[in-house]
Write a protein that binds this ligand. Structure first.
Ligand code: AMP
Ligand code: ZN
Length: 117
């Protein structure tokens, strides 16, 4: 599934129906701040295509993951946390705490993050 999904909040942000301040916006991926930030810098990075979760990543071509992580690094650079550091988290499914069923990576930084893993 990769079409824009009307009821998906992230598809609506990507489509411009819900406003967001894009840190980085390209044809394949976007990055914008999380509305409920858990760190000074808290971005959401996601594909513009509606892909539900990492479970569906094989619906994409082999370079998709590399391009998405490359985009994360560039979004981190634009946000000024490349050198100070950042953490990337992906919540998948109910036990992972995924609230929005549109694949996204949380990029947290700008502050010393506590140990998690
Ligand atoms: P997850 O639990 O990994 O699915 O994360 C979903 C994230 O989306 C949460 O951290 C929310 O704060 C964030 N979120 C939900 N709606 C919006 C919105 N309109 N703009 C920015 N972030 C949002
Ligand atoms: Zn979506």
């Amino acid at each position: 599934m990769s079409a824009v999904v009307d009821e998906c909040v992230f598809c609506r942000i990507i489509g411009g129906q819900i406003p967001a301040e894009f840190v980085l916006k390209e044809a394949e991926f976007v990055a914008f701040p999380d509305i409920n930030p858990k760190a000074r810098v808290h971005l959401l990075v996601m594909p513009t295509a509606h892909i539900r979760s990492l479970n569906d990543i094989d619906s994409q071509d082999a370079g998709f993951g590399q391009r998405m992580l490359s985009f994360v690094a560039r979004a981190a650079a634009v946000s000024g946390v490349s050198e100070s550091g950042y953490r990337v988290i992906s919540n998948n499914g109910p036990d992972g705490g995924q609230e929005v069923d549109h694949l996204h990576l949380h990029v947290l930084g700008g502050t010393l993050l506590g140990d998690l893993v």
